[in-house]
Design a binder for this molecule. Structure first.
Ligand code: SF4
Length: 221
């Protein structure tokens, strides 16, 4: 393992990360945002659909659904069987359809998507990760969404030392400058899928090798 390391500089790490993922497919929420599905409601629904569903599936399922309904009122007007059919391919289509219908009715009645973590997690089926993605990508409000890639990578860097995604999120809130809170997920999802992979990360060609402490990496490419 390389013992020659530079001091960890988060600004430099982000510059290198942007370079590293430049040619890679974007994470689903960001790809949908850039395709025009950027409203808080669309981002909320897309985040819910994306839970435990691959990005390659989430994107076409969301495009199919949003072709039918893009607002809380239009979504709430769909019947459950139609929604389940539109969600075909995503994991857990039945419970997700029920959650989407329930939260669409709640939001249609309230008149707007809540713009706080507390308000969002009060909606049916919405946990902290979905809330953070909606706040960050939908509203542009700094929020850290920690999925399995973010958790693994920032711990490998040695930037935080936390045993669960929830603890990693808390540690990042203390350490990471807010201007990077939304971008973290955008960069680390493709970086984690293609470079800093769960098994045998591609350290020998990784642009971050001199910054990263490679904590817990025993075997790499
Ligand atoms: S691929 Fe290796 S060097 Fe690059 S960030 Fe991951 S663990 Fe660090």
């Amino acid at each position: 393992m390389d013992t020659e390391k530079d001091p960890f500089d988060i600004d430099r790490v982000f510059r290198l990360l942007r370079q590293a993922v430049a040619g890679l497919p974007k994470a689903a929420m960001f790809a949908l945002r850039d395709a025009g599905y950027a409203s808080p409601f669309e981002q909320l629904v897309a985040a819910l659909i994306s839970a435990r569903t691959r990005d390659e599936t989430t994107i076409p399922v969301c495009e199919r659904l949003f072709a039918m309904a893009r607002t809380p009122a239009a979504m709430a007007a769909l019947d459950e069987a139609t929604l389940v059919r539109l969600l075909h391919g995503a994991t857990f289509p039945e419970p997700k359809a029920r959650d989407i219908l329930a939260l669409s009715r709640q939001i249609a009645a309230a008149g707007e998507v809540p713009a706080t973590a507390e308000g969002l997690t009060a909606l049916r089926g919405v946990g902290p990760k979905i809330a953070a993605l909606t706040l960050g990508v939908g509203f542009g409000i700094p929020a850290i969404s920690v999925d399995i890639h973010v958790h693994r990578i920032v711990n490998r860097w040695g930037y935080v030392a936390a045993s669960t995604p929830e603890r990693t999120m808390k540690a990042l809130e203390q350490t990471l400058p807010p201007p990077y809170w939304i971008e973290l997920n955008e960069r680390l999802v493709p970086f984690g899928k293609h470079i800093c992979t769960g098994e045998r990360p591609r350290c020998s060609t990784c642009l971050l090798l001199r910054q990263c402490r490679q904590v817990g990496v025993t075997e790499h490419r």
